[in-house]
Design a protein around this ligand. Structure first.
Ligand code: ADP
Length: 480
């Protein structure tokens, strides 16, 4: 079986969040199951630099305003072959895939990602005669039009799957872009491409894909309700029979405390002792007081209201009163950036804040923290809590989406059963978060109980092979 994945991010070449991590790992895991897998990504500068042995397989003289080529090749660190959309007028620019240097959406994002979907459809129709996919698997709004282009072209086509990594990002553009993107005006209806008067890329994918998946069972249920449905819940209820939730895995080649080059000393579930060295290194890196007994709470996150970091900011004084320390790596919302920086300024020996993006430091935070906070209001899957489990930094999470599916609250009963792996709270309020922080501090004070929960957490299996088998079953069901 041949499966083409289409996405705007791919670890280690371009990453703004979990989407990149999934694309960096799932294709290789599918290849391990015998699925011939390739990935189509835009030719950002980092991708063009990494591409080796590029061979042109298709061309468009004038694709949405500029010449474009489809290249086939490979890149170091990417386990499967790549297709790259080489279109300098759209992609040869520095910085973030979605935003300009001032943090505004690139004005031509509809062309940038419309062209990605367009070429995905061409590949689906046999643009590379040497490799015609049976399934085109599109990820998120950036690839959402691929199933639409394929269906609207008519004729024989591959099966299509759309995976929603986050329903809150929908790729909405003015109606006028429809013609420019070579989409027929008659498809601009509420049950197809239109979302409240705009062209919806994700909407199109949800309407046209043969199967829809999202990244946890709980999120698959949540998005069928008004609260988390982002206005698409009715369509998702209509398509419930074609919708599945598959929890992401983690790439244990990248995220493993026994081989992680960013930690001062390796450790694992059988010998967790050297984690103390990571904690000391983390305290030092953030200029915190070197107190081994203080529980260190860590955050690695985009800073925004979905992620519930305002709750963490509000609960921070209480955490400090309980003798905890706090480190944060992240960027995003300017008020949150300022708020956390201000607390760090007042408590430099207990609170460390790094505004920015730093892959190496994110590993040290997982290795050195005792607890990783993920207080998200909504969380489709969440990867940081999965890394935290493996690194023995007990995740403290809100009961939402994939967080609810992957962390077992350390209630007395769960501890007795030996299933507890972290802390879960319900209400999206500083008070509920503070109560969970209190429970974490009390368990931390009981060294034996803590060690037991930590060991359970570290031995949970969230590798990709199991998730890849679920995707394979989805493809097999689709192809009959
Ligand atoms: P989302 O995709 O919504 O951002 P996930 O938890 O699924 O959330 O994935 C986030 C990924 O991005 C993780 O790999 C996390 O370590 C990483 N990450 C987030 N913020 C930063 C940052 N500031 N520096 C380094 N890595 C980060």
């Amino acid at each position: 079986m041949r499966v083409l994945h289409v996405a705007a991010e791919l670890y280690p070449l371009v990453k703004t969040g979990g989407l990149a991590d999934v694309l960096g790992a799932l294709p290789g895991a599918l290849a391990g199951l015998g699925v011939e897998t390739r990935v189509l990504v835009p030719g950002y500068p980092a991708v063009m630099r990494a591409l080796e042995g590029a061979v042109p397989v298709a061309r468009e003289g004038d694709l949405f305003g500029g010449g474009a080529r489809l290249l086939a090749g490979r890149a170091a660190g990417v386990p499967v072959p790549l297709y790259v959309l080489d279109c300098p007028s759209l992609f040869d620019r520095p910085g973030n895939p979605y935003l300009d240097a001032d943090g505004r959406d690139w004005p031509d994002n509809h062309r940038r990602f419309g062209s990605l979907s367009w070429f995905a459809a061409r590949l689906g129709q046999g643009a590379d005669p040497a490799w015609r996919p049976h399934v085109v698997h599109a990820h998120d709004w950036q690839a959402g039009l691929a199933p639409a282009y394929l269906e609207l072209a008519g004729g024989e086509r591959p099966g299509t799957v759309l995976t929603v990594h986050n329903l809150a990002y929908q790729g909405l553009f003015p109606r006028e872009t429809l013609v420019e993107l070579r989409l027929p005006p008659w498809a601009f209806t509420y049950d197809r491409l239109e979302f409240h008067g705009k062209l919806g890329f994700l909407k199109g994918g949800l309407a046209y894909a043969d199967r829809i998946s999202t990244v946890s069972r709980t999120y698959a249920r949540e998005i069928q309700g008004a609260e988390q449905g982002c206005g698409l819940d009715q369509l998702l209820r209509h398509r419930a029979g074609d919708l599945v939730g598959i929890v992401n895995g983690i790439d244990t080649g990248v995220w493993d405390p026994s081989t992680d080059p960013h930690l001062p000393a390796p450790y694992d579930a059988a010998a967790p002792g050297p984690k103390a060295l990571s904690k000391a290194a983390l305290q030092k890196a953030f200029g915190l007081e070197a107190v081994p007994e203080a529980p260190v709470f860590g955050v690695v996150s985009r800073l925004n209201v979905h992620k519930g970091l305002d709750l963490a900011l509000a609960a921070l004084p209480g955490l400090l009163r309980k003798g905890g320390q706090f480190v944060l790596l992240g960027n995003g919302d300017a008020d949150l950036e300022r708020g956390f920086a201000a607390v760090a300024g007042r408590h430099p020996r207990e609170v460390g804040v790094r505004i920015g993006y730093d892959e190496a430091l994110s590993h040290l935070i997982q290795g050195g923290s005792d607890v990783i906070l993920v207080p998200s209001r909504s969380e489709p899957c969440g990867l940081t809590q999965l890394y935290a489990l493996r690194y023995g930094a007990l995740p403290l999470v809100r009961r939402a989406g994939g967080l609810a599916d992957t962390v077992v609250d350390a209630t007395a009963a769960a501890q007795r059963r030996g299933t507890a792996t972290g802390f879960v709270f319900d209400a999206a309020s500083p008070r509920a978060l503070a109560a969970a922080i209190g429970r974490a501090c009390r368990l931390y004070a009981d060294r034996a109980a803590w060690a037991k929960v930590r060991k359970t957490a570290m031995t949970r299996d969230f590798g990709w092979p199991a998730a890849a088998r679920e995707y394979l079953a989805l493809y097999e069901g689709l192809l009959g």
